[in-house]
Design a protein around this ligand. Sequence first.
Ligand code: SF4
Length: 698
Amino acid sequence: ALNIPDKQVDSVCPYCGVGCQLTYNIKDNKILYVEGRDGPANHGRLCVKGRFGFDYANHPHRLTRPLIRREGVPKTGDFAIDPERVLEVFREATWEEALALAGGKLKQIRDTLSPRALAGFGSAKGSNEEAYLFQKLVRTGFGSNNVDHCTRLCHASSVAALLEGIGSGAVSNPVMDVTKAEVVIVIGANPTVNHPVAATWMKNAIRAGTKLIVCDPRRPELARHAHRFLQFKPDTDVALLNAMMHVIVTEGLVNQDFIDSRTIGFEELAKNVEDYSPERMAPICGIDAETIRYVARLYATSKASMILWGMGVSQHVHGTDNARCLIALALMTGQVGRPGTGLHPLRGQNNVQGASDAGLIPMMYPDYQRVDNPQAQARFEQAWGVKLDPRPGLTVVEIMDAIDRGEIRGMYIMGENPAMSDPDANHARAALAALDHLVVQDIFLTETAYLADVILPASAFPEKTGTFTNTDRLVQLGRQAIDPPGEAKQDLWIIQQMACRMGLDWRYGHVSEVFDEMRHTMNSIGGITWDRLEREGAVTYPCQHEGDPGQAVVFTETFPREGGRARFVPADIIPANERPDADYPMVLITGRQLEHWHTGSMTRRTAVLDALEPDPVALVHPLDLQKMGVKPGEVITIESRRGQVALYARADDSSPVGAIFVPFCYYEAAINRLTNPALDPYGKIPEFKYCAIRARRG
Ligand code: SF4
């Protein structure tokens, strides 16, 4: 009788971009257990995070009252957080006092220095409505476009390439289309770990006859199910992909009708890949020429071939070039615009697609309307009733550099943890500590919140209602299941209160009012009403009118570019910004683990998930361990030019010899202290997937 729920609430999973639907079973304001629901992306399936990742909401470390930094307590980026001693650093305050200080100081910086002396980071884990209001606050209240979020660290380069080549940054086909494909290429992605339910659909497709090609410098679990596994050398994506295109062009496997009727720029691309024969590229990428030819022919000649990719492609200084090559592969073979084909950058966070769509990026208003386009500016000035700055704002890493230069003096961070997630995190922490005024809105005392002047206690995912857009462009309804603890408030309320302190007169009532305003400024979701979401639970965009079922497969007849044609963009080999050398002879690759989510603030406070993976680990090839004289389980120190961490070594031959993989979720071994902040010039994404390190025992 103790464990019989008194309430059931249908919602979606707060973790990855797959967007599994689930039902919370609740008793006494606690989630007892979670069950999978028959949603379009999961049909009842959940992974270990979706099943067990919820008790963080009731964790004793939850922030329950606003906090203000005590006078004279220094901000230091080098600390061990002790939640028991939080009141030595901060004092509790009323909401009125905290908001007055948080908003008042930002307003003062805006008025006395410049609107561009302020910046805001929103969150890909918040709802669409929160993302929309947050960016609107920065643009209309702060007065600049200095607003960004973790999409910059994730698929910004993929989006840059997709917008340039195809005219839309979103996926062309849903994940489930792998079941309609003859050939599927998964490159630079580890779906079993990062998109686990999507991986199950891939495995089902293989059973039904789909041929899976996995390309990755590390061997992901999915490689066990692959028809071919191409373990190319780290940092050689362009060599491999250009060699595949060389085969397709020279062997006449292109789809000439598609190229002629729907694209531009093919001749230049074809000329560029002339020099990239498989025989020349084989020693560079480490894949033999015959295998490159076989895979290229298979992809080009199947009736339906699909490409899915992840951060292994995007998080490089040549991430945009990597994605340009994938786009070109699909275009030259006409493998786009039909079921079972297309291009799918697997989205990481549960709402990174929606947050980007809602304008939580410095160069675009909602629906990817450029801030420096006078028509778009006029449209939003009319909708929002204020003058807007036509200059694109700064991106995540650029904001940290602007703090260094003294140009940015105040920040508002909602639900992001750059002290853990930014590259060269020591530098990011020093920059955050150097701000005149930092306001952090979160549910725990994160590493970033520890550097704040004011902390505003917010709501966890199950404590609020809103819409979330998954990797397939499905807009889904997440429903409130439990109440926030203590005096913690809903994020939408806090953003509005901050807006009022900045001089705006915002009076949104129910979250549906925000959604309604969004759909009137965003053509893509114009046909999705709140009523419809409540009725149907999920609707795919683009959705133009209320009777429109939504379009799961796009680009069927035209591309959203000038003249309706997609564009080929050639790419050449650009090496990683920091190559191994005599001092730092190894390579660091960072990423995620199945059990933990991003910076670990939620999953490391979840009993089951933390029990499964309790300690910081580095995955090291057994031969490298032998060379270091280290036994599995012993501590090693890894060092780059920017910092060092100590953590446990785990023998793992999925990493190539000379490359060490470390998840970025462990605060006690924050691996981003080591990563390289060098940026891709187009997407401004840092090179998380490659930097030079050395490692030693102890
Ligand atoms: Fe949640 Fe992703 Fe797991 Fe589905 S696959 S349950 S969305 S973490």
